[in-house]
Every structure is written in C-alpha cells, then in structure tokens.
Design a protein around this ligand. Sequence first.
Ligand SMILES: [Zn+2]
Ligand SMILES: [Zn+2]
Length: 248
Amino acid sequence: MIFHFLPESIWVPIAFILITGHFTSISASLYLHRSITHKGVEFAAPVSFLMRMWLWLATGMSTKEWVACHRKHHAFPDEPEDPHSPVQKGLWSVLIAGVFHYRKAVSDKEMVEKFGKGCPNDWLERNFFTKYRQYGIYLLLAINLLLFGFLWGPFVWLGQVLWMIFIGHVVNGIGHAIGYRNTEVDDHSTNIIPIGVIISGEELHNNHHSNPASPKFSRKWFEFDIGWMYISILKFLGLAKVRYSTTK
Ligand SMILES: [Zn+2]
Ligand SMILES: [Zn+2]
C-alpha cells in the first residue's frame, strides 16, 4: 500500500501513468521497433529484458505479431495491403479503430509467419512471454490495486494499458496524414512534430520511412529524437550496439 495513503491526490496516479507510459513508449520504440523489427540497434540482455518485461505487463502483445504487422506496413506503405493506412481506410478509422485493424492483420497467421521472421524465440519467449502473454496485464492490475487501492488502482491500470493503443493510433494515423516531410518517399508518411519527446521520437515518421534501418530518427538540426538520446546514453554505457545509423 505504498501510495495508498494518498487516494485524494489525483496528481500521484496521473504522474505514475505519465512516467510508466513514457517507459511504454520507450520500450515499444527502442526494443520492438528499432531493435527487433528493423535490427538497427542491439541492447545488452538486462536492458532488453527490462523492456520486454514491461511490454508484457503493460500491453499483452505478442512481439512476433507486432513486428510482422509493422514490417507489412513498411512493405506496402499506404497501398491496399497496408494493415492500417489512413489513405486506404480513412484517418478517423485508424485513429478510432486502429486496434481492430491491427487485430485483423495479425489474425492472418500466414502473414505473421512470413513477416515475423527473426523475432526472439529463446526459452523466456516460449515459456513465459508468449505462453502467458495475457497474464501480464492482470498482474499489472494487481500491482496497481496494491499501490493505489480500489479507487485509483483501476484508473492507473486503464491509463497504462491504453497507452500503447493510443501511440499506435497516433503514429499510424497522424504519422501518415498530418505534418511535414523532409523526404519525398513513395508513401504519405509525415513528421508530426520536430520535437520527438511525447512518443519517443516516433513523431519523426517520414524520416523513419526514408531510412527504416536507422535507429536515429532525427535528421535536421531542429529535430530532436529522445529515443536516440536514450540509445546514445546506453551506447556510452556499453549497453547498446548501433548496427547502422544515418544523419542524412
Ligand atoms: Zn508508417
Ligand atoms: Zn518501422
């Protein structure tokens, strides 16, 4: 009952949602996206483990399914085969119902096998993360009930589990509809805002489409990618190896 004595202060649970939500954004961007999907960076085992464990607790997602869906998006960006293109499905449909487009895409097991190659398949993945994938979010609910009690616990939990869905909807919808472009690629990707802090640098989505293998998303002097900042710190500490990056 660590914070249980503060049930009246709404700022404690809100701060907790924002801090843990930021860690969800970082884990999704650095581990799932830049490392496992595009292989641009590799993290030391304890760093990967922390991010995998948090994604298990806060999202209930399968790494292989997410990776496959995202690689298919890169293979057919804004084409009819794209799982969640606002050009094909409409911006509001992706913003409001993106999770359903995602579920529909990953229900195609052949697609998941085809695009999900090279995902972690170690003992932990097979016997824990994949086997018990749906239990993580229930454990997180129990932790929140212990920390915040029955009033704020479910509120914090809801904020945490909806966080990843919200990021996905914003990047997949707005990141292909609204913003500016540095590179004229064959899709409608945009940089939503030049300062990539709120969703860990994923705001710079046009830059990412122009060079998906690079784990550095900022290109211009006025752009900032907080995800790249974390990678640089981890690299300095000997906890990350950058496989490839560009400053173009
Ligand atoms: Zn995209
Ligand atoms: Zn990508």
